[in-house]
Write a protein that binds this ligand. Structure first.
Ligand code: 5GP
Length: 126
């Protein structure tokens, strides 16, 4: 079910539970700002999610409320993860769904990293 990208933050969402270690994930990277792990339902040969360690519902919430060093650290982590996955040479796509029209499903801000094959046009035709 899509969620609104605006608060309040639900501390029981699945990514909050992953951050607390209550449910497992296939971790690929972690630093002080971010945790990255494989998506449970991959849409490409490589499909990794990068999440901030702090509780923000969406990009809108993160950009409005996170301290600038946390925002910088998070996006540096996204690029580091893609590099670690050896996606820089072939290329990759990042995506963040915000709110209902984008079909955001998990109300904890996250960036998807897709790669491992040519990804085609940016959006499905509508
Ligand atoms: P959204 O639509 O919110 O941008 O994407 C949420 C993503 O989280 C989906 O791609 C979905 O497959 C993934 N996801 C949902 N629950 C879990 C989970 O428990 N573990 C992992 N690793 N990914 C999940």
């Amino acid at each position: 079910m899509p969620v609104a990208g605006l608060g309040p933050y639900d501390a029981h969402n699945v990514f909050a539970r992953i951050l607390r270690g209550e449910i497992p994930c296939r971790k690929v990277y972690e630093d002080e700002h971010a945790l990255a792990f494989h998506d449970i339902n991959p849409q490409a040969p490589i499909h990794v999610l990068v999440i901030p360690k702090t509780p923000y519902v969406s990009l809108a919430d993160f950009a409005a409320s996170a301290p600038p060093p946390a925002i910088a650290g998070f996006f540096q982590a996204v690029a580091k993860v893609a590099k670690q996955l050896e996606l820089e040479d072939p290329g990759y796509r990042i995506l963040a769904n915000m709110g209902a029209d984008a079909h955001q499903e998990v109300p904890h801000f996250h960036v998807h990293i897709f790669g491992g094959r040519p990804l085609g046009p940016m959006l499905q035709q509508f």
